[in-house]
Each structure stands twice: as C-alpha cells, then as structure tokens.
Design a protein around this ligand. Structure first.
Ligand code: NAD
Length: 405
C-alpha cells in the first residue's frame, strides 16, 4: 500500500487527488490536508471582495469530491515537511504523516516587499476570509459616510495595478452603484484609485493590448497613478514617489487594498526547500530537485519553459496542468514502478483579464480579444477550472452555465 500525501486543496492539490482517485483503485491511500474544509477559486476572489459574487459561489466543500474509501481528508495547518524522513507535521495532529509520495500545493501569500505599514494598514486579498473582510470593510465605510460625510469613506485605493489590481478595479466599478446607495450618494462620488509603480502595465500583453485594458479601466472612472512606487502606508494614507521624484506624495482613503504581487507559501523556506520567494525551481517531472518523491505544484513551483528565460507565470491554468501530469506520473509509478517517459510540457490556452462582469481583454489561442468576447472567454476558462476540480456537479450547482450571472 502506497501513501500519497497531498498538501493543499487549491487547484493543483485538489485536482491531483480527483485524478488519482480515478486512476488507481487499489494499493493506494491518499491523505489530503488543507486548513479549510472547502476549495475556493482564487481567480474570483476580487469579486467576493467587491461583493459582486458571494463566497459560496466561488467555493465548494472538499467532501464533495473526496472518495472516503481511498482518501482521508484532514482539516489542519501544515507546519513542517521533513524530506529526509518522508514525514509531514501538522499543527493539531500529534502524529506525523508518513508518505511514499508527497504533493506540495500550498499556494501563495501576499507579498509586502517589506514596505512599512502594509501589514497593519492595507488589506491583502489572498483567500475567501480576506476577500470577505474587504467587502465588509467597504460596506462599513459606506455606512460611516452617512454620518461622517468624510469623502475618504467613499474612496478605495488599490495598491498595485497587475492582473489582480485591474480585475479588482473592474469589479469595484460594477459594485459602485450598490455602494452609493448605502452611502446615499451618486455613484460618481465613489472614488476608485489604482497606484502602480510601472508605466508599462501588464507586461505579459502587447503594448497595444495593455493600453486598451488600461484605457478601459480609466474610461470606467478609475483614477490611475502609474509610475508611482508606494513607499509606505499609514492608517488611511498611501505614500508614493512619482518617477524619479524624491518627494513623497500621498492619497488618503477609507479602504486600502494590497495587490502588488504574491510569493509562494513561506513554509517552503521553513521546510528547507531551495526556494526563491517561496517558489522552488522544479525538475522536468515537477519534483523537488533533491527529492524525486516530492512533487511541487502551483504557486510554490517555478517551471521553466523550453526557452529557459523566465519561469511561466503562476496561474490556475498551469496549476491544473501540473496536477494532470503529477497524477499520471504517480499512478504510473505505483502501478508499474516506472515514471512517465515524457517531461511536463505546457501550452497556455490564453490569458484574459476581466474588467467587471461584461468586459475584458486578453489573448487566447494566439489572438488578441477584447470587450464582451474576452469576458465570455474568461468565464469559459474559469468554468473549465471548476469542472476540472469539482466536476459537473459543482459546475451546475454554481449555475455557472449562465455566463452573465
Ligand atoms: P503581479 O506581480 O502580476 O502585479 C503586481 C503589480 O504591482 C505590478 O504591476 C507591480 O509593478 C506593482 N507593484 C509592485 N510593487 C509596487 C509598489 N511598491 N508600488 C506600486 N506598485 C507596485 O501580481 P498579481 O496581479 O497579484 O498577479 C499574481 C500572478 O497571478 C501573476 O502571475 C498573474 O498573471 C496571475 N493572475 C492571473 C489572472 C488571470 O489569468 N486572469 C488573474 C490574477 C492574477
């Protein structure tokens, strides 16, 4: 009997479990560990933060997909991985988990780059609870405005105009009328500001397409300060330096959200993996270079494309592709004692940013797409992710065939 221990029920971990359950019927016991008893779609967190989707619409219980005859789910915090002794330590379970194969899919954390005041004064948006906290805070500020008449209560600042910042700005634009109603003001009085260090946003896209996206967000009334590097955050205040200016400028707001990028789970460093910003450069079979019984997937992995220049960006799509490969490789090792002959390869279906519910931009299958088409494509990609982890049941239960909820 082989023990497969899967750490993390995100896109990579959960899909590995779902596939292993289909591929191997005997001689395997799977243990899945996650701190939550639900899986959530990290690509939709911005919608929960804005309040345009409910938490239940972007998450489902892990028990829906776990087959108890093969898999044991443990809700706990992973606190250590001992690769020499092949064990995993959990926070609440006294006993160590022993593995023959370990799949590490422990996900990402918000990266503050050591900038002063970020942890205390800006909201991260990396899981469902954090996204709910942001939404509740925005609503509380709108309610406060009724008494305070302080325009800062109506102001939301997004720090970092990457993919996440742009998508969040779009969702906040959609939610603006509902905020305005609570505050008792006109929607145009709800101010949304993006502060971004670079002058060339979204470098994964051509300049023309990135400009289209940035202009789309601006046309919807989002104020953009580009070329503006944030230097510190104080309660209700973001300080930044524009271009080569040495003098700081400031913007004040009731809500400050931090989306300047992510790094892999810090546990990777604590467990002794050779990592950079929580990401381990994996082998062509997605293993830790020092341990071929440990697979490292999703946001804690760095995978080099054939050109060897920069690792692929971390996305849900590549995490799911890594799970496909890993499940096949582990199944093959258990059943035949041999590994998959071919190395992991990846071809992106496309990258699309949504700007609210009905607009978007990006590229899919070599073509640049914009507007409504892009928005529909984004939802198709997201539905595919949900289908791949949760199956038809979750797709139907979330009503996701309706592309415009
Ligand atoms: P990111 O690193 O892509 O973007 C962060 C942005 O913050 C950058 O534009 C950076 O210049 C800016 N920034 C950093 N420090 C700053 C500072 N001090 N002041 C001002 N601006 C600063 O991070 P992300 O947007 O969180 O995305 C993380 C990963 O997830 C990326 O690989 C992204 O492609 C992926 N993602 C994909 C999708 C999608 O496919 N729809 C959606 C969201 C995220």
């Amino acid at each position: 009997m082989k023990e497969v221990v899967v750490l993390g029920a995100g896109y990579a971990g959960l899909k590995t479990v779902v596939l292993l359950q289909k591929k191997i019927k005997d001689n395997v016991h799977i243990i899945l560990v996650d701190r939550n008893d639900y899986h959530f779609e990290a690509t939709d967190l911005h919608e929960v933060a804005a309040g345009t989707q409910t938490p239940s619409r972007i998450s489902y219980p892990i028990s829906d997909v776990v087959k108890p005859n093969i898999t044991t789910f443990i809700q706990d915090e992973v606190v250590g991985v001992d690769t020499a002794n092949k064990t995993v330590k959990l926070a609440k379970h006294a006993e160590l988990l022993h593995y023959d194969y370990c799949v590490v899919g422990l996900g990402f954390v918000s990266e503050s780059f050591g900038i002063s005041g970020v942890d205390e004064n800006a909201f991260p948006m990396t899981d469902v609870d954090e996204a709910k906290t942001i939404y509740n805070h925005i609503i509380a500020k709108m309610q406060d405005y009724q008494q305070s008449k302080n325009p800062d209560d109506l102001h939301i600042i997004i720090c970092g105009g990457g993919f996440t910042g742009i998508e969040l700005a779009g969702a906040l634009v959609d939610a603006r009328p509902s905020y305005a109603k609570i505050a008792g003001v006109d929607p145009s009085e709800i101010k949304i500001t993006l502060i971004e260090a670079s002058t060339r946003l979204l470098p994964m896209f051509s300049e023309k397409l990135a400009d289209y996206g940035v202009n789309l967000v601006k046309k919807l009334g989002v104020q953009l300060f580009d070329g503006s590097r944030i230097s510190r955050i104080e309660p209700g205040k973001v300080y930044y330096k524009h271009g080569d200016d040495t003098e700081e400028q400031t913007q004040s707001a009731g809500t400050i959200i931090w989306t300047t990028g992510v790094s892999g789970n810090p546990l990777m460093a604590e467990a002794g993996f050779k990592e950079r910003r929580g990401r381990v450069m994996v082998t062509d079979h997605l293993n830790d270079p020092d341990h071929d019984d440990v697979y490292i997937l999703g946001d804690v992995a760095a995978v080099m494309p054939p050109d060897g220049k920069r690792p692929y960006p971390t996305t849900a799509q590549i995490a799911l592709a890594m799970a496909d490969f890993t499940a096949e490789d582990i199944a093959s090792r258990i059943k035949t004692g041999k590994r998959k002959a071919k190395a992991f390869t990846y071809k992106s279906l496309g990258t699309v940013a949504s700007v609210g519910n009905t607009r978007g931009f990006g590229e899919a299958m070599g073509h640049e797409i914009k507007g409504y088409t892009a928005s529909a494509m984004k939802k198709i990609i997201a539905d595919r992710s949900l289908m791949e982890t949760g199956g038809v049941k979750e797709l139907l239960s979330k009503g996701r065939f309706d592309l415009y909820h």
